[in-house]
Design a protein around this ligand. Sequence first.
Ligand SMILES: C[S@@+](CC[C@H](N)C(=O)[O-])C[C@H]1O[C@@H](n2cnc3c(N)ncnc32)[C@H](O)[C@@H]1O
Length: 343
Amino acid sequence: MQARQRIEAEIAASGGWISFARYMQLALHEPGVGYYASGARKFGAGGDFVTAPEFGSLFGRTLARELRPFDRILEIGAGSGALADVLADGREYLILETSADLIRRQKEKLGNRVQHVQHLPAGFHGAVIANEVVDAIPAHVVHWTDGGILERGVATGLQWADRPATGELLDAARAIEVPLPYLSEIGLQARAWMRTVVEALAQGAVFVIDYGFPRHEYYHPQRATGTLMCHYRHQAHADPFARPGEEDVTTHVDFSALAEAAHAAGGEILGYATQAQFLVNCGITDVLGEANAENALHYAPIASEAQKLLSPAEMGELFKVLAVGKGMDRLTGFTRGDRRASL
Ligand SMILES: C[S@@+](CC[C@H](N)C(=O)[O-])C[C@H]1O[C@@H](n2cnc3c(N)ncnc32)[C@H](O)[C@@H]1O
């Protein structure tokens, strides 16, 4: 069965309407038909998007400097395994991945250098990394109107349809101040995910790296149509119903919400910075220097990689790093330009 039929069947069985979060769950993660769960190419030049670890090893080699003190790493949502390929250097490296297709690809690439786990290990000591994972966690869509707060879901024929918001979503939407009318997303499941990850951590740090903003920027009056974005063959567009199961559907991350959830679960906010600032603090220029010394010919591609990772016009500003920990000392990645006060 195709994703579209599977989703239509569920809408029909649910009385003609499902939440957008449920739609996103089915379109991305439903075994057999979801975009991540099925065999779509996804990553790299021949796929739909390129993540930082896919550009080359510079991102991983720089992050590795921050991760030196940790003798165990848990990567959540490891994609093609490109980051693990750089970071799994003999120490214990665990991967928690929901997609059966990607687990297979990761095992092919990484063999016994990594160990796959099916659940978050309780009482975990070490570093947890989630790069571009939270943007793929299903989000709810909310429509704030003069007539009240509505939840925007999906009706038969894959069309938007509003209903009064209720329960936890209504409470979360009421807590956000926006000019009316206003449309945006609320990541209830992302908050729950963050709580669960921090609860599982006994000692160490969680690094969430993704595109997003603190709450006051996320729900800015000028961002009145939300942050929903789809990625198909390196083109971004905003219609999540165009190719269900065949393309990535994402929302930006509300880092204030994640920080609150982490704090409520007993985590300490260790830092929040742009990706550029974080990588500079970790010593990306030293890593570039090493590459230059190794081989001048090798330098041009790695310099172009640095440009993509650091430039404000590319990933440098939009991507952020949030670190949360328990029983941790200061991290090098936040020694300058820590913006946690903006969360
Ligand atoms: C956009 S990809 C990023 C992959 C990789 N981290 C990278 O940077 O290239 C999202 C990854 O997260 C996985 N994923 C999504 N939700 C997840 C969840 N709740 N738990 C674990 N993995 C998840 C997907 O299957 C996929 O491997």
